[in-house]
Design a protein around this ligand. Structure first.
Ligand code: NDP
Ligand code: GDR
Length: 363
């Protein structure tokens, strides 16, 4: 049987890296879209790129950009993919307040450009399309538990851009009978999560504080509550959506909720450095080491102009129709991230104390 071909935009991001590994293991020929950058930006997939030479991985990267129609049309035409996963986006909510126009261009119009590219090339009846939609669509939540029927109320330029992309995906499905799906994914993390998202910011900083190579961690709204899962489980759901009999939209979530403060507590416990919370109610100012020195502090500069205070997903439909369920618990996720960042902090500490040559031999 001929190999299936997949195209991933955003292949150099967290989800792109996990999805790439997943699809290669399934025997797909995979094409990825990368952006030109002045420094290497393929850290997360370098091990798989290396295997192209050593193991014969069927992986090809193409230069392109979601803001550049011509590159998207060319790549879609060249790859003739059976499945396209649109993961590329300016994905940081706080940054979207600083760059609303670019975010709309890449995340909103970019999705339309890719859908149009499929149609222009004449692949609308062949290619299955996955859109990386988000729980941020719910924003100022209208129901305590969010599912596919919950009304949207976006609270950021990022969410408003993703709302446009969500509806364009539905619209192309209904107008051109495209097999197009929205995965409404709740927050998912991993050891390769970008360092400025709150979970990775916490695990990285606490590991470094533990080893004495960083003094403090500054956070914004520590009362925000999220439904956090592992990226490895969530990319499996993306693939399952495109193998389903009919195109549809699915919520993917763990069904458990924790606050940013809970995340800090658990990560600190994993490192054997329990923190004592100082202050009370909403006025809490800082977490402190039991020894007294403050290591985690709230800095209002990280507050957002409009906040999403609470998200909690109901993935019943995905369980029922796709047979999807998460395999990694919240505790396992935090532990995996902390241990990975501790190992990285140990390398940094060695470099700092002994120079680069010594650290090269460190496992
Ligand atoms: P990342 O920020 O880790 O990765 C984003 C990817 O998009 C990177 O490969 C980045 O390239 C690429 N990209 C950004 N802008 C452009 C552009 N203009 N043209 C081409 N590529 C671009 O995000 P995640 O992997 O965490 O998320 C994947 C997708 O899922 C995103 O669309 C995100 O909005 C969405 N999402 C994420 C959730 C999560 O919790 N992680 C939850 C719900 C939805 P580069 O490496 O060069 O920066
Ligand atoms: P989010 O993730 O905005 O949910 O978007 P992020 O980790 O950035 O924030 C989660 C919550 O933590 C609060 N917070 C902080 N956030 C950051 N980044 N830095 C801080 O110092 C900090 N302190 C507190 C935030 O205010 C927020 O309430 C992620 C992205 O991956 C999106 O692309 C995706 O669509 C959604 O998840 C689902």
């Amino acid at each position: 049987m001929a190999k299936k071909t997949a195209l991933i935009t955003g292949v150099t991001g967290q989800d792109g890296a996990y999805l790439l590994e997943f699809l290669l293991a399934k025997g797909y020929a995979v094409h990825g879209v990368r952006r030109r950058a002045s420094l290497f930006n393929t850290d997360r997939i370098d091990h798989l790129l290396h295997d192209v030479h050593t193991q014969g991985n069927d992986l090809t990267l193409h230069y392109g950009d979601m803001t550049d129609s011509s590159s998207l049309i060319r790549i879609v035409e060249r790859t003739q993919a059976d499945e396209i996963y649109n993961l590329a986006a300016q994905s940081h909510v706080a940054v979207s307040f600083e760059q609303p126009e670019y975010t709309a261009n890449a995340d909103g119009l970019g999705t339309m450009r890719l859908l149009e590219a499929i149609r222009i090339v004449g692949l609308e009846r062949k290619t299955r399309f996955y859109q990386a939609s988000t729980s941020e669509l719910y924003g100022l939540v209208q129901e305590p538990l969010q599912n596919e029927k919950t009304p949207f109320y976006p609270r950021s330029p990022y969410a408003a851009s993703k709302l446009y992309a969500y509806w364009m995906t539905v619209n192309y499905r209904e107008s051109y009978q495209m097999f197009a799906c929205n995965g409404i994914l709740f927050n998912h993390e991993s050891p390769v999560r970008g360092e400025i998202f709150v979970t990775r910011k916490i695990t990285r900083a606490l590991a470094r504080i533990k080893l004495g190579i960083q003094e403090r961690l500054f956070l914004g709204n520590v009362h925000a509550r999220r439904d956090w899962g592992h990226a490895r489980d969530y990319v499996r759901a993306m693939w399952m959506m495109l193998q389903h009999d009919t195109p549809d939209d699915f919520v993917i979530a763990s069904g458990a909720q924790h606050s940013v403060k809970d995340f800090v507590d658990l990560a600190a416990r994993e490192l054997g450095m329990p923190l004592r919370w100082e202050g009370s109610g909403l006025d809490e100012k800082a977490y402190c080491w039991q020894t007294g020195a403050c290591v985690v502090e709230v800095d209002p500069r990280y507050f957002r102009p409009a906040e999403v205070e609470t998200l909690l997903g109901d993935a019943t439909k995905a369980r029922r129709e796709l047979g999807w369920s998460p395999e990694t618990s919240f505790e396992e996720l935090v532990s995996e991230m902390v241990q990975a960042d501790l190992a990285e902090a140990k390398r940094d500490q060695l470099v700092r104390n002994n120079g680069f040559k010594y650290a090269e031999h460190f496992e």
